[in-house]
Design a binder for this molecule. Structure first.
Ligand SMILES: C[S@@+](CC[C@H](N)C(=O)[O-])C[C@H]1O[C@@H](n2cnc3c(N)ncnc32)[C@H](O)[C@@H]1O
Length: 202
């Protein structure tokens, strides 16, 4: 792993254990992603890295009307969700203004919208989304649970499995979601990537 990737892993491990520490780590991590934003889509987004999140999206039932892609980066997963469910309103949120500029530039359908937002304190009302997705993103479980509608789904994936710089073991993800009223639906392992789908109790 590069220095930046090791830093992202250290931030992930720290913040999942002690979420308030995000306040001090947010600035350097965001700066890091702002720097990478112009090249992100070309260098870090490909079908292999997206296979695990695709598997989880394939299993989402029923089709969502409102989708939130957290840590959207250049918007790859938001674009996939918007293409898969053309009737859905898809929001991509990221703390990096550079990434949001890229995602907005690359948007390929009118049902996508991108905005700068911090996943630790989201500017959305409780239960605003039928599906929340996160690909290679640090999960802030309290906020994920708050903005997911009853009966809605959460899909979380790590495209390179345990080698993904931003990685949380799926048993930890599962336990954290179950503590917050979610039921585990399935785990997926595709092309070395790992993902999990869970549904919030109605
Ligand atoms: C490894 S990149 C993944 C980007 C995209 N999901 C993908 O698969 O290409 C992680 C992204 O999460 C964003 N991020 C990290 N912490 C965040 C937070 N608290 N709120 C919103 N976005 C965050 C970063 O700015 C970065 O764009």
């Amino acid at each position: 792993m590069t220095f930046g990737q090791r830093f992202a892993r250290a931030v992930t491990v720290t913040v999942v254990r002690v979420p308030p520490l995000w306040r001090v780590l947010r600035r350097p991590l965001t700066r890091n992603f702002d720097r990478m934003a112009p090249q992100w889509d070309a260098l870090r987004v490909d079908a292999r890295r997206l296979a695990a999140i695709d598997a989880a999206l394939e299993a989402v039932d029923p089709a969502p009307a409102r989708v939130l892609d957290l840590g959207t980066g250049s918007g790859a997963v938001a674009r996939r969700a918007a293409g898969r469910w053309p009737g859905a309103a898809v929001t991509g949120a990221d703390v990096s203004t550079g990434m949001i500029a890229e995602a907005t530039r690359l948007a390929d359908s009118p049902n996508q919208h991108y905005e700068v937002a911090d996943a630790s304190a989201l500017p959305f009302a409780d239960g605003s989304f039928d599906l929340v997705t996160m690909n290679n993103m640090i999960p802030f479980f309290d906020e994920v649970a708050r903005v997911t509608a009853p009966g809605g789904n959460v899909a979380i994936a790590y495209g390179l499995g345990e080698r993904t710089p931003i990685y949380v073991p799926l048993d930890r993800v599962r336990a954290s979601l179950e503590q917050r009223g979610f039921v585990h639906v399935a785990n997926f392992e595709v092309n070395g990537g790992l993902s999990l789908l869970a549904r919030k109790r109605s």
